[in-house]
Design a protein around this ligand. Structure first.
Ligand SMILES: CC1=C(/C=C/C(C)=C/C=C/C(C)=C/C=O)C(C)(C)CCC1
Ligand SMILES: [Fe+2]
Length: 547
């Protein structure tokens, strides 16, 4: 297992041609760009948690039936400082680290005695975000790193705090039809006003405002929700949107700000400042995008932990939303590297299986409705919303499928009615062994699996002129536990899950987290090489040295 989780992966700077078997559809032209942790030891030091690993970007360029692979570590300030010191000097989710006292860019920022939170990492290892014509590697702190999607070079470091008052932001933004980015973050430093902030970054900058160049400068906050608890805001990894609403789960998996403020002094990790409170409720916030105001009814459900929202949409005066839910926070516990060893099968048993659950929330609650009555009149779901005494509404989900994670959909259906969920199948261990297509309408599944193969998040790419929701292909990077078997990019027909092609590469590939596909038609007008690109004014001036 160490081979897959713990071993530092080599970067593949020169594109390497893959061996293709089968036939790649002629229309599939573009780049699959993905992110995830690739290095877990620096010098003699070791990270504690798999989510701490240094971000390794990789890409598969698919053109005229051929595939080229490359990979490169994100040259974050964190990466550079660690490599220079030859040890881990920047704290990550599960590892608290101490900077080299004499020469380190982070040392100044550690003003822990004044009870402020130290500067967070820019090791953006979770996902890739498209913002206008630009691409960013993302994590959950206030930093994102611009990257060149063709060369995987690291460009400017962007601090969200320059544009919006947040200290944490999700790595899973949404996009509307025009490509505007919608994301959420939490403001934790202003202790009296701990709040969740929903913001929009426009896809383009109008000609009249061109001076500032980066769309980030035009970031607009359209809703702030005060945290229920000022000292312990909810942790969340993603959120949902419908055509008119935002769905935010304030779950009882919370960050403890006071613990965070003293973590550095106490020598404990950020992860130790998070706790699941199973005795509490989960509050469901539905925010109207048109007014920027939350729907006034108080909706709640039982304590749960959700990392990934799948999709949400409106039907018959309700918001329906689908999530992958857990009954506790055991998922984060399992990814401690100490568990991911040869006794992995025993160590890594989830105490709750990730399940696809559908919630239904009524948008208008009849004041005269009887206490105890179900306010959901939508025939397509058995989810209920029960009216309670004090005008609160208690929502109980419909269980759709057990044992799946890393969900993706045909994004053209995001916020709209949809039928298919593509995901990785996981059971009592967090390791995906199969790729899954779940049909919400018929409740049936299609699966792909192969001996010893661990699939990554399956990404759906629509075929040109697609009519059906599943007209397209699935891309997934597969690593194997068999040292004789090369890693490969798998291309499945999304309709029937038959293998169309696979592209094997003789490289050390890492198990990744999330990413996106950039069709060649999307490159936009800008086709500059990074050396020609002007220094964006949104930058903090920390452009990484170019190798
Ligand atoms: C560094 C840091 C954080 C990092 C969290 C990370 C890196 C989470 C990764 C989650 C993943 C990969 C989930 C997959 O389902 C926190 C806790 C937000 C807060 C403090 C600083
Ligand atoms: Fe995620």
């Amino acid at each position: 297992m160490d081979l897959i989780f713990g071993k530092n992966k080599k970067e593949q700077l020169e594109p390497v041609k893959a061996k293709v078997t089968g036939r790649i559809p002629a229309w599939l032209q573009g780049t699959l760009l993905r992110n995830g942790p690739g290095m877990h030891t620096v010098g003699e030091t070791r990270y504690n948690h798999w989510f701490d690993g240094l971000a390794l970007l990789h890409s598969f360029s698919i053109r005229d039936g051929e595939v080229h692979y490359r990979s490169k570590y994100l040259r974050s300030d964190t990466y550079n400082a660690n490599i220079e010191a030859n040890r881990i000097v920047v704290s990550e989710f599960g590892t608290m680290a101490y900077p080299d006292p004499c020469k380190n860019i982070f040392s100044k920022a550690f003003s822990y005695l004044s009870h402020t939170i130290p500067d967070f990492t820019d090791n953006c290892l979770i996902n890739i975000m498209k913002c206008g014509d630009d691409f960013y590697a993302t994590t959950e702190t206030n930093y994102i790193r611009k990257i060149d999607p063709r060369t995987l070079e690291t460009l400017q470091k962007v601090d969200y705090r320059k544009y919006v008052a947040i200290n944490l932001a999700t790595a899973h933004p949404h996009y509307d039809g025009a490509g505007n980015v919608l994301n959420m973050g939490t403001s934790i430093v202003d202790k009296g006003k701990t709040k969740y902030v929903i913001f929009k970054i426009p896809a383009t900058v109008p000609e009249a405002k061109r001076k500032g160049k980066s769309p980030l400068r035009l970031t607009e906050v359209f809703c702030s929700i005060p945290s229920r608890s000022l000292l312990s805001p909810s942790y969340y990894h993603s959120f949902g949107i419908t055509e008119n609403y935002v769905v935010f789960l304030e779950q009882p998996f919370r960050l403890d700000i006071l613990k965070m403020a003293t973590a550095y002094m106490r020598g404990v990790s950020w992860a130790s400042c998070m706790a699941f409170h199973r005795e509490d409720k989960t509050y469901i916030h539905i925010i109207d995008q048109r007014t920027g105001k939350p729907v006034p009814t108080k909706f709640h459900t039982d304590a749960l932990v959700v990392f990934h929202h799948v999709n949400a949409y409106e039907e018959g005066n309700c918001v329906l939303f689908d999530v992958i839910a857990y009954e506790d926070d055991s998922l984060y516990q399992l990814f401690y590297l100490a568990n991911l060893n040869q006794d992995f099968e025993e160590n890594c048993r989830l105490t709750s299986v990730p399940t696809l659950r559908r919630f239904a929330v009524p948008l208008h609650v009849d004041k005269d409705a009887e206490v105890g009555s179900n306010l959901i009149k939508v025939a397509s779901t058995t989810a209920t919303a029960l009216k309670e005494k004090d005008d609160q509404v208690y929502c109980q989900p419909e269980l759709l499928y057990e044992g799946l994670e890393l969900p993706r959909i045909n994004y053209a259906h995001n916020g709209k009615q949809y039928r298919y969920v593509f995901a990785a199948e996981v059971q009592w261990s967090p390791i995906p062994t199969k790729i899954l297509k779940y049909d919400i309408l018929t409740k049936s599944t299609l699966k792909w699996a192969e001996e010893g193969c661990w699939p990554a998040e399956p990404l759906f790419v629509p075929a040109p002129g697609a009519k059906d929701e599943d007209d397209g292909i699935i891309l997934s990077a597969i690593v194997s536990t068999d040292p004789q078997k090369l890693p490969f990019l798998l291309i499945l027909d999304a309709k029937n899950f038959t293998e169309l092609a696979r592209a094997s590469v003789a490289v050390e590939m890492h198990l990744d987290l999330h990413g996106l596909f950039i069709p060649d038609t999307d490159w936009g007008a800008k086709s500059q090489t990074p050396a020609e690109a002007p220094q964006d004014e949104a930058s903090d001036g920390h452009a990484a040295p170019r190798a």
